[in-house]
Every structure is written in C-alpha cells, then in structure tokens.
Design a binder for this molecule. Structure first.
Ligand SMILES: C[S@@+](CC[C@H](N)C(=O)[O-])C[C@H]1O[C@@H](n2cnc3c(N)ncnc32)[C@H](O)[C@@H]1O
Length: 277
C-alpha cells in the first residue's frame, strides 16, 4: 500500500443542514454512488434491520476518491461493521483481492452478499462473518481495515433492540465499538497496513489519534465533513440524546455545535513493511 508523503491541506466540506442523506441520490433504502470512477448501487431490504448508509459512512468513500489515497488493487481487507456492505462493494469494485465483511448483525451477511452480486462483482472474493468484533479471531492479518463504528450514546429510553440501534448506538457514551477497534486493531492489521475510519467527532477523535500515535501509527486526515447529527431515527428522544451528547462534550469526549458535528475521514498506517501474500 503506498501513501503519498505530501498532501494538500485537509479539505473541509459542509453538507446542508436539515438534509441528512445529501450525499445520496436516493430513497432511504436504495441509492447510487460513485467510487474511483465506477458507478455502484446499494439496496437495503429492511432499513430497520440493516442501516441504509448515512452521509457519515459515505463520506469516507468520498474522501478515498482523492489523490494519495491507498491503492486498493489486490488488498486483503476487513470491512468491520459491514452493515449493508457498502465498503465491501466499493473495495471489490476497486480491485480488492479479498474482503471479509464482519458484522454482529446477522442480517448484514445476506445484504452484503446481495449487494456485491447486484453490482456484478465476484462474490467468491467475499467472506461474510457474523460475529462481534470482540469475539472475532481472524485467521490472518489484513492489509486494510475499514470501519464506520456506531457513535451515538446508548440510553434505555430509546433502545429499540433492532439492527438500526446496533448500527448507530453504543454503550459507554457511544464509544464502545471505538474502544474495541483500539483494543483489537493490532491483531487485525498486518504491519504496514492501513486502518480507514469514518471517525465521528461525537466519539473522541483526539483519544483515538493519541492512542494510535503512541503505538507508532502514522495518522492522516483525508477530509473533514460537517453535517447534521443523525437524530431523525430518534426524533421522539432527541432531547435525551442531546443531553447525553452534551455530557460527553462537557467531559471532553465529543465535539459538536448545536446539532452539527463533523466526520473525519482518517487513515492510520501501522508501522512496518507491507508483505503481500
Ligand atoms: C454505523 S454502521 C456502519 C455500516 C456500514 N459500514 C456503513 O458505513 O453504512 C455500524 C455497523 O457496525 C455493526 N456493529 C456494531 N457493533 C458491532 C460489534 N461490536 N462488532 C461488530 N459489528 C458491530 C452494526 O451492526 C452496523 O452494521
């Protein structure tokens, strides 16, 4: 994987307020997007069970279209928290050799396979695993791990116990899956490999950067996107969630302004030389 040493200053894009989903030309269960010159489409059969990607998830792919982004041809990648499989589809379309799509939600595997096939991609290069990250033991290390973890704080008042909740909400103030990524990344990523994250500003970006930098990872911010906090799914409990987010902000673990937050498309490169198998 080659990473360009010099990049222009990080671009910042401001998405319109009150219009979450603005990067899509889409209905909430079906949409198209372009990745590295290929037009791809994505469907979700049941948007209450599998998250139809939000701007937060799509922003990372948008950032990966720029100059100096990692080469994807031939990589062995882990799509961590695959959901609908949007990252698996994009990576395979861009020439990834193999993709493992991991998700705790059992509905993700069928949806990911379906989306890979619907785009005419080689489904034999895809392996779907239904497991939590915490219990997952990889058989080999990956060249690339890509993820968009849930980032909203859990509260029993709006716990829905469905796939949408698992996709958007996490314990420990929304940080639980970020915690697991930090804990497990060294066992998942091969030396020289890259962790690509759609990192929410609601989930303590400085902590992730500090922790991985201390372990010798190189950090690069590919792009920053400003957008609405996705509160639509929690309209009835919006005030509860905002109160929790304000507590997180007061504790220095979240950054947002009103109902606007940012998603940082981050690339962390693990120290060491890449050895392609
Ligand atoms: C924000 S969604 C992202 C889905 C997709 N990558 C995207 O960008 O649209 C987070 C995904 O992580 C999965 N997830 C949540 N907690 C997990 C865990 N502990 N282990 C594995 N997957 C998890 C959810 O089921 C969900 O599909």
């Amino acid at each position: 994987m080659t990473i360009a040493p010099d990049r222009t200053p990080t671009r910042r894009r401001v998405l319109p307020a009150g219009d979450n989903g603005s990067l899509w030309e889409a209905r909430p269960s079906c949409g198209t997007f372009e990745f590295r010159g290929v037009r791809l489409r994505l469907m979700v059969d049941d948007p209450a069970e599998v998250l139809f990607p939000t701007d937060c998830g799509l922003s990372l792919l948008s950032a990966l279209n720029g100059d100096g982004c990692p080469a994807l041809e031939g990589v062995n990648a882990l799509d961590l928290g695959a959901g609908s499989g949007i990252y698996s589809v994009a990576l395979l379309a861009a020439g990834a050799g193999r993709v493992t799509a991991l998700d705790i939600n059992p509905a993700s595997a069928a949806q990911t396979s379906m989306n890979v096939m619907a785009n005419g991609l080689d489904v034999t290069r895809l392996t779907c695993v239904t497991s939590s990250l915490e219990r997952y033991t990889p058989v080999e290390r990956f060249d690339l791990v890509i993820t968009n973890p849930p980032h909203l704080p859990y509260d029993p008042s709006y716990a829905r116990r469905d796939g949408l909740e698992t996709a958007l909400v996490a314990r420990r103030g929304g940080l639980a899956v970020y915690d697991s990524v930090l804990e497990r990344v060294d066992t998942l990523l091969a030396p020289g490999g890259a962790l690509l994250m759609a990192h929410s500003s609601l989930a303590d970006i400085p902590r992730t950067v500090t922790e991985l930098t201390a372990r010798g990872y190189e950090t690069e911010t590919l792009e920053i996107f400003e957008m609405d906090i996705p509160l639509l799914a929690y309209a009835e409990h919006k005030e509860t969630m905002l109160t929790l987010l304000k507590e997180q902000r007061a504790a220095g673990r979240a950054e947002f302004d009103g109902t606007r937050f940012t998603v940082h498309a981050l690339m962390f490169r693990r120290p060491g030389n890449v050895t392609r198998r």
